[in-house]
Each structure stands twice: as C-alpha cells, then as structure tokens.
Design a protein around this ligand. Sequence first.
Ligand SMILES: NC(=O)c1ccc[n+]([C@@H]2O[C@H](COP(=O)([O-])OP(=O)(O)OC[C@H]3O[C@@H](n4cnc5c(N)ncnc54)[C@H](O)[C@@H]3O)[C@@H](O)[C@H]2O)c1
Length: 371
Amino acid sequence: MILNRVAVDLGERSYEVRIGTGLIGRAGAEIAPLLRRKRVVVVTDETVATAHLPALTAALTAEGIAVSALALPPGEGTKGWVNLARCTEWLLEEKVERRDVVLALGGGVIGDLVGFSAAILRRGVRFVQLPTTLLAQVDSSVGGKTGINTAQGKNLVGAFHQPSLVLADIGVLDTLPDRDLLSGYGEVVKYGLLGDADFFDWLEQHGPALRAGDAAARLHAVTRSVEMKAGIVSRDETEEGERALLNLGHTFCHALEKATGYSDRLLHGEGVAIGCALAFELSARIGLCSQEDPSRVRAHLRAMGMKVDLADIPGDLPGAEALIALMGQDKKVIDGRLRFILARGIGEAFVAEDVPGDMVQKVLADALAGR
Ligand SMILES: NC(=O)c1ccc[n+]([C@@H]2O[C@H](COP(=O)([O-])OP(=O)(O)OC[C@H]3O[C@@H](n4cnc5c(N)ncnc54)[C@H](O)[C@@H]3O)[C@@H](O)[C@H]2O)c1
C-alpha cells in the first residue's frame, strides 16, 4: 500500500487529500472517523458506478457502514439545474441530516454537482470527494469550488464548499479512457508551467510512462499537482490573487470551449493544453520569455499525443476577433488592454493586467492560419 497525504490548510475548514493505491478498497476505514452514525450516501455517474461502485460499497459495508447510492447520467450535460434538483431531492428523501456525510464518486462533473448540492442541502452538509478522473484528482476535487452550468455559461452558479476529505485512488485511473486521461494531463502540465520548472522537466521524462499506466509516475504526478493546488488554495481560497494563476491557459480555453459548444470536439483539459501553448506563445511575442519556451511546451504536448494546435480541433472555428469576444472580453477591447496569465519562463507564471489586445489577436490569427 502506498499513501501520500497533502494537507489543505484552511483553519477550521482544513482537510487532507490522500493519494494512493487501494484507497477505494479501504474507504470504509478512511471515512469511518468522520461519521456520527454508520451510514453514507453516494452520488456517482452510471459509468463510474459500473466500474467502481461495487468495490466502494463492499469497502463501506465491511466496516458496518450502510450505503445508498444514486447514479446520474455521465457527461457535462448532467452538471445543471435538472440533476442538481434530482440529486438534492434524493438526498432529502434519503433523510440526509447536517451531521451526515455525502460521498461524491466520479469526475469533475459529479464532484462539482454533488459538492454544490451538499453546500445548499440544509445550509451545508459535509462531503467527501472520491475523484475518479485524472482531472478531478489533480484539480477539481481540491479547493472547494462547486457549481453547475446554466444556459448562460459554465460554472456560473455555485458556492465555495470545501470537502471534509479527498481520497484519490490512482488505481481507478486504469479504467479511464485514454482521451480523458490525456485531458486531465493538460491540467497536470499546467502546474509545471505555472510554478514548478523541475516538475515540468520531470513530466517531460516521465509523462509517457504515466500515460502508459505506470503507478509510481501517476502517484508522483497527482501528488505534486495536489501539493501545488493545496498551497495556492491555502494562501488564496477565494481567488483574490494568487489562485488566478491556476487559470493559466484558461482564457484561451474558455473561448475555444464556447466556440466548440462544450462538445466532444474539445474536452476541457485539451483546451487547457492548447491554451497553455498559446499563453506561452503570447508571452514570447511580448518578449517576456524566449521563443524556446513555447516550442518546448508544444514539443512535450505533441510527444504525449495531445492536442496542441488549433488545427487539432475538428470542425470550423470562428476568427480571431470572434474568439476574443468569446473570452468574455468585448471586441472593442482589441484596441485596449486585456488581463491574461502569462509567463516569464517555464514555471514562472504571473497575472498580466496590461496585455495589448492587438497582440492577442495576432497570436490567434497566426494560430488559425496554421490550421
Ligand atoms: N471545481 C473545480 O475547481 C474544477 C476544476 C477543473 C474542472 N472542473 C470541472 O470538471 C468537469 C470536468 O471533469 P472531468 O474531466 O473529470 O469530466 P467527467 O466528470 O465528465 O468525467 C469524464 C468521463 O469519464 C468517465 N469516468 C470518470 N471516471 C472514470 C473511471 N475511473 N473509469 C472510467 N470512466 C470514468 C465519466 O463517466 C465521464 O464520462 C467540468 O465540468 C469542469 O468545469 C472543476
């Protein structure tokens, strides 16, 4: 058994992220100390339920913990009002009380939705994240951002609600499709790029082994990513400053996700990877870092078999000005100055308040021309 522990220090809302193998099989023992009565409710999605709910249920019942479970449909479409209502009303029907604990077993969709439901149920019940995608293990399960999508956009309704515990069992990644694994890897690379050049070096060497299923490589990558996120969240829980660095690549990503209709054409982590490559390109053009840095970022993403260029996104994309408008930045701003996360080199990201709009437009136009 291997187990790494990372603390998220947030005063009385502090919790631990436990990362290792066999954690689902030990979930009963891990969770029991949190329980005031021997009963939990689990919310998951149907795909994860098939692969991992039996093992979780067995582990809980082995400790004498009664379990009931709800499996929602898989996919981003689940993260909305309809399933928020369904989940919350089911928790009420299950007579979940304020002293109880709700378990969220799944990827970022389930973690965000169930975390939000726990935040509003009886004005807040405790919940435990059992993240089952790489993205959820390194990013969405840690930090307490919960919420849903609405017709107006993604993650526009939600709450900060920290989990009481996160159990990241890297063994569950074995059943994750390769495309979802690589999408999560986009967020892993982001941590190296934003604040840890040594970690990026390590990823260049060990990324292919991680992709192929090497448990030691996965354990290290998840642990280092969680350490970085936990540190940033502990210092800036509600994104007044440093937490914004976690949005490296995300301004470009959001525009591309909107342009592709949040569809299968582009997964979130794929957009983050392309966005990081564009953010480094923009940084080099402004003269903040050398041209070698964006080349190195792109070479690593390419070596991992990931999407790197706008040409890797199937179907049509709008023009540069339209993409800037989709960033939530008004087209008129093109002549003005935009806020981006840029970098002075690999591992040296910062919030740039004063980015020339015409430079952003040029980077996008060139990237589109390369299609
Ligand atoms: N809260 C945050 O801080 C934060 C951060 C980043 C992303 N997010 C959110 O996370 C969501 C994306 O999360 P995601 O990429 O995990 O997507 P997801 O939850 O939709 O999971 C991707 C797919 O993998 C399947 N799956 C999950 N675990 C599996 C496993 N172990 N084996 C086989 N299949 C498995 C799911 O059923 C789903 O089809 C987005 O809604 C995004 O907004 C939130």
